[in-house]
Ligand binder design. Structure first.
Ligand SMILES: CC(C)(COP(=O)(O)OP(=O)(O)OC[C@H]1O[C@@H](n2cnc3c(N)ncnc32)[C@H](O)[C@@H]1OP(=O)(O)O)[C@@H](O)C(=O)NCCC(=O)NCCS
Length: 176
């Protein structure tokens, strides 16, 4: 694993989400350019990525979502979100979304550090149950299994890769 001293992980307050909008968007754009199935089809411009983070920044301001970021050498290299908005009858639940690590920073444990912090932040918000989904058999799904998440099952052809090919999705949950 990466020496935690070399990577700074922190929850971004609303003002810093706005300040880091371009850096956050650059990571999302790089992931989609690299073929990740994270909600978007190609072509996907840096402006499209920025527009997505502008919406999430508004959610952070309204306490509907929290954003955690990873910095290496001062540069933002990864991010993950916890969706805090839930229906009134699920106040104990949250959802992990948009775990993204720039291709230049992968394979060093950054995603694991991001997930550990996201789970800690969710607990601090009073959440005791988290859910998420991931491309079946991918690097993220392996990470979630390593971190103790339980597999619910696989939904065939749930989503598309950016190039339009279909991919299966695995749904996970974790009690905190
Ligand atoms: C999935 C993703 C977030 C993983 O990010 P990452 O920072 O590379 O993840 P980690 O470094 O924690 O783990 C990745 C691999 O590196 C390995 N690794 C971690 N630290 C290591 C080290 N110091 N030396 C060697 N290998 C290491 C891990 O064991 C893991 O191996 P595996 O893929 O064989 O299971 C990243 O690939 C990504 O952003 N993908 C595109 C977006 C995406 O699909 N997001 C998921 C949405 S659900």
């Amino acid at each position: 694993m990466t020496d935690p001293a070399q990577v700074e992980i922190r929850r971004l307050p609303p003002g810093e989400v706005r300040e880091q909008l371009d850096a956050l968007a650059a990571v999302l754009h790089d992931c989609v350019a690299g073929g990740a199935s994270v909600g978007y089809l190609w072509p996907f411009s840096p402006g499209d990525a920025r527009a997505a983070f502008q919406v999430w920044a508004a959610d952070v301001e309204q306490e509907r979502r929290l954003i955690v970021a990873a910095f290496a050498g001062g540069a933002l290299v990864g991010t993950v979100q916890v969706v805090l908005w839930v229906p009134p009858n699920q106040p104990h639940r949250g959802e992990i979304a948009k775990l993204l690590v720039h291709r230049s920073a992968r394979g060093r444990g950054v995603a694991q550090l991001l997930m550990e912090r996201a789970e800690a932040e969710a607990r601090a918000e009073g959440r005791t149950l988290l859910v998420l989904d991931a491309v079946t058999g991918g690097a993220a799904a392996r990470l979630y299994a390593r971190l103790g998440w339980t597999t619910v099952g696989v939904i065939p052809n749930y989503a598309l890769y950016p190039d339009g090919r279909p991919c299966d999705t695995t749904v996970f949950w974790k009690a905190l």
